[in-house]
Design a protein around this ligand. Sequence first.
Ligand SMILES: Nc1ncnc2c1ncn2[C@@H]1O[C@H](COP(=O)(O)OP(=O)(O)OP(=O)(O)O)[C@@H](O)[C@H]1O
Ligand SMILES: [Mg+2]
Length: 182
Amino acid sequence: MRDLSLHLLDIARNSITANSTDINIIINEDYNIDLLTMTIQDNGIGMDQMTLDKVLDPFFTTRKTRNVGLGLSLLKANCIIAGGNLEIFSTPNVGTSANAVLVLSNIDRPPLGNIAATITCLILSEEEFNLSFTYQYNDLSFSFSTNEIQEILGNDVDIKDWSIINWIESYINENIESLKKA
Ligand SMILES: Nc1ncnc2c1ncn2[C@@H]1O[C@H](COP(=O)(O)OP(=O)(O)OP(=O)(O)O)[C@@H](O)[C@H]1O
Ligand SMILES: [Mg+2]
């Protein structure tokens, strides 16, 4: 069974392919209501209604290299198996929001997996975009954006430098751990 972090990577890659300049990822683990939600919002090219209607069908894709699009339909299947659902909202030339919901305590829920590795992998993408990331655990949260970090680094240091990427990965892991311990 696939980790949710791998689904996240997949869905956020769709946002990058859609020419987004702003991608917003929000993970919310709320044990008070026993729900895990994962939201990926972008300001990319969006989808018309016809595409949107077909998007959760595993045989639909606009990619040219192979004609089966699996990313969204696989995530939807995993959400439903885990007592939740995947909803997609999209407006052409405005953007798309994919909202995945899963029941935390459901034994069929895939584990979150390595979120920090997924986020740093996205930051290392060739394309230019601002990535905002928020992780909420019950009533606590932490967030950052790549624009914010790049601003702190100034013009001389690239956020994609190996040392910075390593630091971001530890930063995410440490913050997630400390929210869980609080
Ligand atoms: N964020 C998005 N913005 C615009 N279009 C999108 C977005 N996400 C998905 N789509 C559209 O939905 C289609 C299906 O997406 P999905 O991720 O399921 O498959 P894919 O990306 O085509 O292939 P795969 O993910 O299996 O490599 C895409 O081809 C694209 O047309
Ligand atoms: Mg895809």
